[in-house]
Design a protein around this ligand. Structure first.
Ligand SMILES: [Zn+2]
Length: 99
């Protein structure tokens, strides 16, 4: 997977940048600046790159939708569920859609 310069999320252009974190962080999402940062480490592994992009886009969608601002926010758990369970299921079963 090549480096991604931007993605469109809910009609908004989101800048994607690559950086290096000392603590092994894979990504971050900045709702106010409409930007996502991914670790340069991602560029060595297509699966990790895709999974991290999906993870940060999910944070962006939760932020845009207001879910990130719930009083009791278990966002990381919701994001993990969507990223690791829902999206793979959709991709594996997409062919069902037009049957
Ligand atoms: Zn997260």
């Amino acid at each position: 997977m090549k480096p991604v310069k931007s993605v469109t999320v809910l009609g908004h252009k989101i800048k994607v940048e690559y950086t290096t974190w000392d603590d092994g962080q894979w990504g971050s999402c900045d709702l106010d600046n409409r930007s996502i940062k991914l670790s340069r480490q991602c560029l060595k592994d297509d699966e990790q790159h895709w999974a991290t992009l999906v993870h940060e886009v999910t944070h962006m969608i939760f932020g845009m939708a207001g879910i990130a601002y719930m009083e009791s926010n278990s966002e990381e758990a919701y994001v993990r569920c969507i990223e690791s369970l829902l999206i793979p299921w959709i991709m594996e079963n997409y062919s069902l859609k037009n049957k």
